[in-house]
Ligand binder design. Structure first.
Ligand code: SF4
Length: 453
């Protein structure tokens, strides 16, 4: 089986840490300065606002604004959301498997900022759950924290699905409003935060002087080249083409961006910098940082058909328009790939790409529409040629393997606890002692990241 590559010997103070392939216990985390920082919650919030840190779950909402939104309500709740449904992303599950203390430190700091009285870690990956449970036992947090498990689906990590699952229901999105910050777990104002965002909050608490650098680096999962996929940490601003070249796909002809959410971009878009604003202005998205580069000789129609098939299979089947819309987009794109599409297919795809967004309860339908629209926009010649004659590349790509083609494995982490067959009981809810105060800021150097172009 293919394994994902991890960079080695990262500098301390990065999310990847000094030993990305090794489980980091409490002692090792404390040795990096973890848990000891004394940054006051108000001060931390100010640092986060000044840093411009944005969420890393996909939507990219400013972290400080999100934290403020749940303050002042009755008994807020904080949730570390480690359920990454994007098939091309592995960062969140790796983070929980390898550096659970960094996430739990960030969760405790988010609780301090918001005044939260309860916390949850939400996972589908049993190995991630086992690592978090061990970390909770090694270093009990200053508020009760429970691990809640869910099935691994595309929509299970959507914030209203997270709340619904923690409240004992199915992990399916609900209509908005209310959003979790208004009415979340048990009706309380709830912060649902991606685990990488929490990790960056913990790093900011430890080294506020490096807040800008911490906010302007991000984990990316890169795949699609001849080599194994890679999980690494890069600064904002690096050109996509440089990333492709460095990680084994120098002649990439385009990319599938942001997991499935950023759609397809053509080769000229690879000159764009990896930066959420620039990518958004160009009509694509960084999303969760999953980028699948298109290798020379591959066909973007195959990739679009694979992505649409994945989304159609993952529809939670709650919204009629999603069931019919994802099936229609998936069917049209697979027909295009198979050489059986009718002459109206491009018109249908265009109409769906414009009419479907925003009509489902979550972003899955938007992603399907985005795949269709971005294929038409970025690869119009390919669409025309597929309507004229069957494509030999698509013919060679077994449709049944499509979902597997887009899925990357989660990196193995040495020394991590094995998941229990039967989920361990959640930790006791009695408050645990707060981390011991320290008189000086923790030194966490954050030099330029290795492994970045
Ligand atoms: S849009 Fe689709 S995936 Fe999202 S809630 Fe509705 S049916 Fe489920």
């Amino acid at each position: 089986m293919t394994t994902i590559r991890l960079p080695t010997a990262q500098p301390p103070g990065t999310v990847l840490g000094t030993a990305p392939a090794v489980f980091e216990g409490a002692e090792a985390y404390r040795a990096t300065g973890g848990y000891a920082a004394t940054t006051d919650p108000e001060e931390l919030l100010a640092h986060l606002a000044a840093s411009g840190l944005r969420g890393r779950g996909g939507a990219g909402f400013p972290a400080a604004v999100k934290l403020r939104s749940v303050r002042g309500g009755g008994s807020p709740v904080v949730v570390a959301n480690g359920e990454e449904g994007e098939p091309g992303s592995a960062k969140d599950r790796w983070l929980l498997r390898a550096r659970p203390h960094l996430v739990l430190d960030g969760l405790a700091r988010a609780a301090a900022v918001t005044g939260a009285v309860r916390g949850f870690v939400y996972v589908s990956d049993p190995a991630a759950g086992a690592s978090v449970r061990r970390a909770l036992a090694e270093h009990p947090p200053p508020l009760p924290v429970e691990v809640v498990e869910t099935d691994h689906t595309y929509v299970a990590g959507e914030e209203t699905a997270v709340v619904r699952r923690i409240d004992g229901g199915p992990a399916l999105p609900t209509a908005k409003p209310p959003r979790p910050f208004e009415q979340g777990v048990g009706g309380a104002p709830t912060l649902v935060s991606n685990v990488e965002t929490l990790a960056r909050i913990a790093l900011t608490a430890a080294r506020p002087d490096l807040r800008r650098a911490i906010a302007r680096h991000t984990l990316v999962t890169l795949s699609g080249g001849p080599d194994a996929p890679v999980l690494t940490e890069v600064p904002y601003g690096v050109p996509l083409r440089a990333l492709a070249a460095r990680y084994g796909n120098a002649d990439a002809t385009g990319a599938l961006m942001g997991g499935l959410f950023g759609g397809l971009v053509a080769a000229d878009a690879l000159d764009l910098p990896l930066e959420p604003g620039a990518l958004g202005a160009a009509g694509t998205a960084l999303g969760c940082g999953a980028i699948r580069f298109l290798a020379p000789g591959s066909c973007p129609v195959t990739t679009a058909a694979d992505a649409a098939a994945h989304l159609a299979a993952e529809s939670a089947r709650q919204c009629g328009v999603c069931v019919s819309g994802t099936a229609a987009v998936g069917g049209a794109l697979s027909g295009l790939a198979a050489g059986t599409a009718g002459p109206d297919t491009a018109d249908h795809l265009l109409r769906w790409s414009q009419g479907l967004p925003g009509r489902g309860a979550c972003g899955l339908l938007d992603a399907a529409a985005g795949i269709a629209g971005s294929l038409l926009r970025s690869f119009p010649g390919h669409v025309r040629s597929h309507l004229a004659a069957p494509c030999p590349v698509c013919a060679d790509a077994a449709p049944a393997a499509g979902r597997r083609r887009l899925t990357v494995p989660v990196p193995e982490v040495a020394g991590a606890p094995r998941p229990a067959r039967v989920p361990a009981p959640p930790p006791a809810r009695s408050p645990a002692p707060a981390p011991s105060p320290s008189s000086s800021p923790t030194a966490l150097p954050l030099p330029a990241l290795k492994g970045t172009p």
